[in-house]
Design a protein around this ligand. Structure first.
Ligand code: UDP
Ligand code: MG
Length: 322
């Protein structure tokens, strides 16, 4: 009879065209758990168009600890991680990038903090071998986000972290579809731990986060966790209205005082442009929020599963079971 081993640790790794990295990623991650029974490594294939899925399936054939969730298309990094978390069975669930920028060896440190009673252990990027531009925008993002949002996220904490089962159970029940896990994690609360690490260079292949995708993540993050932009409009609107009101009063006074008013075309156009610009920005920001509301009300699943390898479907709150 097959002995059922309880799964203590799950590692969730999103994979999008990482064929060059997977073999090294597998061997380094497995080494971390050598001697530890009861772990699983869940690779979420986010619609890769290279040989990633085939390589993963080969690994699963020789090592039953390797499990695969293959999504029906490319849904995105946050969505892929969400899928992995939904199916993870461990008492502790680690999420880690699949390009070896997050060194798997750090998981040992995460586990130590977890054993001390922390419910979420964050990997904090001490240094990064990323381009200056990427580092600059990333650093700036965390700082601006914390100024604007109604929750605080630990500075320089990416998606590399360990979460206790208690946190994971709450996370999978959260209904929001626009997923910004870095914001959702601290929102849940509980005792938090931090492990500083040096972020490596991508082991192989190309970065999947284009400027476009990174901007989208940042906008999603702000629109999901901050109402300040909306409050800002009221301020700006009030301020400009006040000026217009003063302008109206002055014009009336000038008329009655018989002062010849120069028919200034330039100033008129300037005011129109200024107000038009402000109004467009405001409409745009309102649009961002409406888009988020619309996304949430559609109740579409966050991801769709194409097939599961090595995983018995238990529950999949946000995706379709196969
Ligand atoms: N990824 C994914 N789906 C995507 C984009 C990225 O699953 O649409 C995965 C990717 O394979 C990697 C992780 O998410 O494991 C982080 O992506 P990447 O390293 O390209 O991000 P960057 O380091 O440029 O921020
Ligand atoms: Mg990367």
């Amino acid at each position: 009879m097959q002995k059922i081993i309880k799964i203590k640790y799950s590692v969730v790794i999103p994979i999008y065209n990482e064929e060059k990295v997977i073999p090294e990623l597998y061997s380094r991650t497995t080494k971390v758990f050598s001697g530890k029974a009861g772990y699983e490594i869940i690779f979420v294939d986010d619609g890769s168009s290279d040989h990633s899925l085939e390589i993963l399936e080969k690994l699963n054939k020789k090592d039953s600890k390797i499990k695969i969730i293959s999504l029906s298309r490319n849904f995105g990094h946050q969505e892929a991680i969400s899928a992995g978390i939904d199916f993870a069975k461990g008492n502790a669930v680690v999420t880690m990038d699949g390009d070896l920028q997050d060194p798997p060896e750090i998981i040992t440190e995460f586990i130590k903090e977890w054993e001390k009673g922390c419910k979420i252990v964050y990997g904090i990027r001490k240094s990064s071998k990323e381009s200056f531009q990427k580092r600059f925008f990333s650093k700036m993002f965390y700082r601006v986000f914390n100024k604007l949002s109604n929750i605080k996220i630990p500075l320089d904490a990416g998606d590399f972290c360990l979460m206790d089962r208690e946190i994971v159970d709450i996370l999978v029940k959260l209904p929001e579809r626009v997923r910004f896990l870095r914001g959702i994690r601290p929102w849940i609360g509980f005792k938090q731990g931090f492990v500083k690490y040096d972020r490596d260079k991508r082991y192989g292949g190309k970065a999947k986060y284009t400027v476009n995708k990174s901007t989208k993540l940042a906008i999603n993050a702000l629109a999901s966790f901050s109402y300040l932009p909306l409050h800002l409009f009221v301020g700006i609107g009030f301020f400009t209205s006040l000026f217009s009101f003063i302008g109206i009063v002055l014009t009336i006074i000038a008329k009655f005082a018989g002062i010849e008013v120069v028919k200034g075309w330039t100033s008129t156009i300037l005011v129109i442009l200024l107000l038009g610009g402000i109004q467009l920005i405001m409409l745009g920001i309102i649009g961002e929020y409406i888009e988020k509301i619309f996304e949430e009300t559609k109740h579409r699943p966050i991801y769709i599963v194409n097939k599961l390898v090595g995983i018995t479907p238990n529950r999949s709150p946000k995706g379709r079971q196969v």
